[in-house]
Write a protein that binds this ligand. Sequence first.
Ligand code: CU
Length: 179
Amino acid sequence: MIEPKVILDIFIILGVIWTAGCALVVARSGRAIPLEQLEGAEARLRMGLLGGLGAGAIVLFFLTLHWLPYANTRRAELGSPAVTVAAMGMQWTWILSRHQVPADVPVEFTVTTRDVNHDFAIYDANGRLLTQVQAMPGYTNRLVYAFHVPGTYTVRCLEYCGLGHHMMTAPLTVTARPK
Ligand SMILES: [Cu+2]
């Protein structure tokens, strides 16, 4: 399993190489030349960069493909959910089947909405976004997450859904697992 950070680093490195290559072509040509008029080394460099970037993107695509869909990946990593929380969004509130979940176990949120699109997002006490999933009418999306720090978390809506969007919050308490 490749860490997301490594993938990001690879993208950044490829981006730097690409930008440097483009800058080199521009610096050497002195004026913008349409691709079809490019000749010799510059055309080869530009096509090489393009091909290299394309090949890199394809490789990364297949390397990261197994992470989709995210719920199945989380379930595979964390194990079967020990607790399920049904979450229903509506203008402008969240209805949760429970507001308390234990720490250190996989929790599955089954998320849907009664009216328009919302986005079910969980923030920690410091306001840091931990995880989120789209809430869509007619669909139930599954979000699997394990909390490791007991405390108070906040569910918010991340999809602008009307005048009361900012009021769509719900508390979620994570309790320490009995030893
Ligand atoms: Cu909203």
